[in-house]
Design a protein around this ligand. Structure first.
Ligand code: NAD
Length: 487
């Protein structure tokens, strides 16, 4: 039986019906209360706590994701995110006092966060559990109704999410719609109050164009080529282990912030290659195609895409480690390439897989110009002991986030905003930034009916003008003089 026979059709009518239902819920005010938000966050926590084996199994089915990676990068990060929201929510929801100006004296002001309404969350396949539910943490913490559209490329996780969200969450406000392009297109025709999209920039443009029709604001969590700059004179063994952990240890390189390429100096490059080779062999053995500690490539399209990058003539001769592949099992061995041409496909497209090219520069500082000459990456990494180099890196390299002397771990620091810049994304989330991403910051000014100054009312006399100029200039004596002569 074909999947189109089994699957219920979700088209324009269903999307419109769903939106109507969620609008009624949002308008009822049900999702605004602190208690509702806490209850939903607790339900999300229950999903993590009671269903870990099913989550791990779904991720294994979709990606052969090793259990340790599933628990560490999908479940534990999500639990932390929920725990933080539960702990801080009261504080996040509180209006923030704001200063007022003399022009509105006497007055007081505050910034009141309010839910946006009904939001759409479209997520990607590589961390399909975390990338679906972490934005939902922000959406419900901020008091919104939400529709989650997981990726069809990770179908086991998508269907598990539909089941668990259906079982645990308030279905009058939170729903999962499974599906691919047709279903997402139907959803995108609706008027949302925010669209939070995670995926590649090509589809990001389609999502933004659909959002623009309704003036809907977006968060775009995109990707890019995240570089790693490696200085000499460092503990290369630790650096190599941390590069490997961020590359092959994160879904076999299929992670948005995985190192995409390395830049180092020509004389240091062979040492970097040796260090990586040594640690790779220690981690994954002599035949990494058989390692259970490496995810597989998600599907045959992505496998073919990666092989095309690897088999380009001017690139395949540059392999210094790895290069083996097993198309039947969608496996590609960790592969290092040295001195690949800058105009090759592998150096112009986001790799998103287990291939790691190394390019070399004469002086390490030149690497910052190399990075800044491309589109802005989601992350950039530097390994060095040199304080000045660190400062220069932080001040000159533009990327969504930077890490010095490690890779990818900033994703777990919830006090840092996570998001891109330029082609790597728009907006950010995690921790309080998630709450903010799904809230409108409403400006509220309170005045009293007492003390009604005549200065703003006609007739506009010279005395009023003098007083106004003195007030704008902060000239106290001028203000007093103007007030005394003010008829
Ligand atoms: P994907 O193929 O799962 O697509 C993402 C979502 O877009 C899916 O839900 C899919 O159904 C939907 N989609 C596909 N075609 C569509 C269309 N024509 N119209 C509307 N929606 C459509 O994921 P992907 O894009 O392959 O994900 C990998 C990319 O995402 C990489 O570039 C990676 O760097 C980036 N990424 C970014 C982050 C981040 O947090 N910034 C996280 C993960 C992945």
């Amino acid at each position: 039986m074909g999947s189109e026979v089994r699957m219920k059709v979700f088209g324009a009518d269903e999307a419109s019906e769903l939106m109507k239902e969620l609008r009624i819920t949002a308008a009822s005010g049900r999702t605004r209360s602190y208690d509702w938000r806490v209850a939903q966050l607790k339900n999300l926590l229950k999903i993590c706590e009671y269903h870990e084996p099913e989550i791990v199994a779904a991720l294994r089915e979709d990606l052969s994701k090793p259990e340790l990676e599933s628990i560490l990068y999908e479940v534990a990060i999500l639990k932390n995110s929920i725990g933080l929201a539960l702990k801080e929510l009261k504080h996040w929801m509180m209006p923030e006092k704001a200063k007022t100006s003399i022009t509105t004296f006497p007055s007081s002001a505050e910034i009141v966060p309010e839910p946006l309404g009904v939001v759409l969350l479209i997520s990607a396949w590589n961390y399909p559990f975390l990338l679906s539910l972490d934005p939902l943490v922000g959406a419900v913490a901020a008091g919104n109704a939400a529709v989650l559209k997981p990726s069809e490329i990770s179908p086991a996780t998508s269907s598990l999410l539909a089941k668990l969200v259906g079982e645990y969450m308030d279905s009058s406000a939170i729903r999962v719609v499974e599906g691919a392009v047709a279903e997402t297109t139907a959803l995108l025709e609706q008027k949302w109050d925010k669209i939070f999209y995670t995926g590649n920039g090509r589809i990001g443009r389609i999502v933004m164009a659909a959002a623009a029709k309704h003036l809907t604001p977006v968060v775009m969590e995109l990707g890019g080529k995240s570089p790693v700059v490696v200085d000499s004179g460092i503990n290369l063994q630790v650096a190599a282990r941390r590069i490997i952990a961020g590359k092959w240890g994160c879904n076999n390189g299929q992670a948005c912030i995985s190192p995409d390429y390395i830049i180092t100096t020509e004389d240091y490059a062979p040492k970097v290659v040796d260090a990586l080779k040594g640690e790779l062999e220690a981690f994954y053995g002599k035949n990494p195609l058989l390692s259970k500690d490496l995810s597989r490539i998600v599907n045959s399209n992505h496998f073919a895409r990666l092989i095309k990058l690897l088999d380009e003539d001017k690139v395949s001769s540059k392999i210094v480690y790895g290069g083996e592949r097993d198309s039947a099992n969608l496996r590609i061995a960790p592969t290092i390439l040295l001195d690949v041409p800058r105009d090759s496909l592998i150096m112009t497209e986001e790799i998103f897989g287990p291939l790691l090219p190394i390019i070399t520069v004469d002086k390490l500082e030149d690497s910052f110009d190399v990075i800044n000459s491309g589109t802005k990456p989601l992350a950039a990494y530097l390994f060095t002991n040199d304080k000045k180099l660190k400062q220069k890196f932080v001040m000159t390299v533009s990327a969504g986030g930077l890490v010095v002397n490690d890779t990818t771990v900033h994703v777990a620091v919830h006090t840092l905003p996570f998001g891109g810049v330029g082609e790597s994304g728009i907006g950010a989330y995690h921790g309080k930034f998630s709450f903010d991403a799904f809230s409108h910051k409403k400006a509220v000014l309170y005045r009293s009916l007492a003390g009604d100054a005549a200065i703003r009312y006609p007739p506009y006399t010279d005395g009023k003008l003098r007083l106004l100029k003195a007030m704008i200039g902060g000239n106290i004596m001028g203000i007093i003089r103007a007030l005394l002569g003010f008829a």
